[in-house]
Write a protein that binds this ligand. Structure first.
Ligand SMILES: [Zn+2]
Ligand SMILES: [Zn+2]
Length: 240
C-alpha cells in the first residue's frame, strides 16, 4: 500500500503552509498551494495562445509551435502549468536537490487544476521513472511524488511499477534536441504491457524541455497498446 498520499493529506491538515514557499512571508490566509498572493500573481502561468500539441506558450495565435510543426511528438497532448522562468527554476531546484519535499504539494496543486480543466479522460497516472542508480543517489523520484498527489486529488490510480528506465542516461542539461533524443533512445521499457493496453495514460514529470523524455516514454507506451498518452508537467521551457 502506498502511504505517501495519505501522509501528504495528513500533513496538509496538520502542517498547512504558514509561510509562502516562494518568498517566505507569513501567509495572510490559508493557501493550499502555499504561495502568498503577491508571489501567486507574479508566477509565469502558461496563458493562451499556446501550442495545441505541446502546450508551449506562443506569441501569436497558431495551431502548432515551430517545434511541433518540425518534429511532431509521440504523445497525444501535453500541458504545463508554468513557464520555466528563473523563479520557477529555483523552486524546482529547491525541491529536487535540497530536499524541500513539501514543494511537491505546491507544484502538484497547480498541475491538478490544469488537469481538471483539460477534459482528458485518464485511466492511469504514470510518473516518468528514474533509473535505479539515480533513485538511489537522489533518494526520491520527483515525478512520483507529484503523481501521488494528483492521484489522490483526482482519484486516479498512480502506477509506478509499469514503466522502468533501463538505461542510466546522462543528465540532459546542455544537450541539444538531437543529443537529447539519442541519449534517450530505448531508455525506457514497459514491464507490464497488459496494464496499459487500451488505456489512457497520463505521464507526469517536473520539467518539459524538448519533450525527448516524454516522447521516449510515450513511444514505449504506444508500442504496448496504450490508447492515448497525455503529458502533464509543472514547467515548460520557452523556445528562444
Ligand atoms: Zn510569497
Ligand atoms: Zn508545440
Amino acid at each position: 500500500m502506498n502511504l505517501r498520499p495519505l501522509l501528504d493529506a495528513v500533513l496538509d491538515f496538520v502542517y498547512p503552509h504558514i509561510y509562502c514557499v516562494c518568498c517566505g512571508r507569513l501567509l495572510e490566509k490559508k493557501a493550499v498551494h502555499g504561495l502568498c498572493s503577491n508571489c501567486c500573481e507574479s508566477m509565469p502561468f502558461v496563458h493562451e495562445p499556446k501550442c495545441s500539441l505541446c502546450g508551449r506558450p506562443m506569441e501569436t495565435v497558431q495551431e502548432l509551435c515551430r517545434d511541433c510543426k518540425l518534429y511532431g511528438h509521440d504523445y497525444n497532448k501535453a500541458l504545463s502549468a508554468f513557464e520555466y522562468s528563473i523563479t520557477v527554476r529555483e523552486l524546482i531546484h529547491r525541491y529536487k536537490y535540497y530536499g524541500e519535499y513539501s514543494l511537491s504539494r505546491t507544484f502538484a496543486f497547480f498541475m491538478s487544476e490544469l488537469l481538471e480543466k483539460s477534459g482528458w479522460e485518464i485511466d492511469y497516472i504514470i510518473p516518468v521513472p528514474l533509473h535505479k542508480n539515480r533513485l538511489k543517489s537522489r533518494g526520491f523520484n520527483q515525478a512520483a511524488l507529484l503523481g501521488d498527489y494528483i492521484s489522490y486529488r483526482h482519484k486516479i490510480p498512480c502506477l509506478d511499477n509499469i514503466l522502468v528506465r533501463t538505461v542510466d542516461t546522462k543528465s540532459q542539461t546542455g544537450f541539444n534536441r538531437e543529443k537529447r533524443a539519442l541519449n534517450l533512445m530505448n531508455a525506457f521499457m514497459v514491464v507490464r504491457p497488459d496494464a496499459v493496453k487500451g488505456r489512457n495514460i497520463l505521464l507526469i514529470d517536473d520539467v518539459y524541455t524538448t519533450g525527448a523524455t516524454v516522447d521516449s516514454c510515450s513511444r514505449e507506451l504506444h508500442k504496448s497498446g496504450a490508447e492515448n498518452v497525455y503529458v502533464l508537467t509543472f514547467a515548460i521551457a520557452v523556445l528562444t
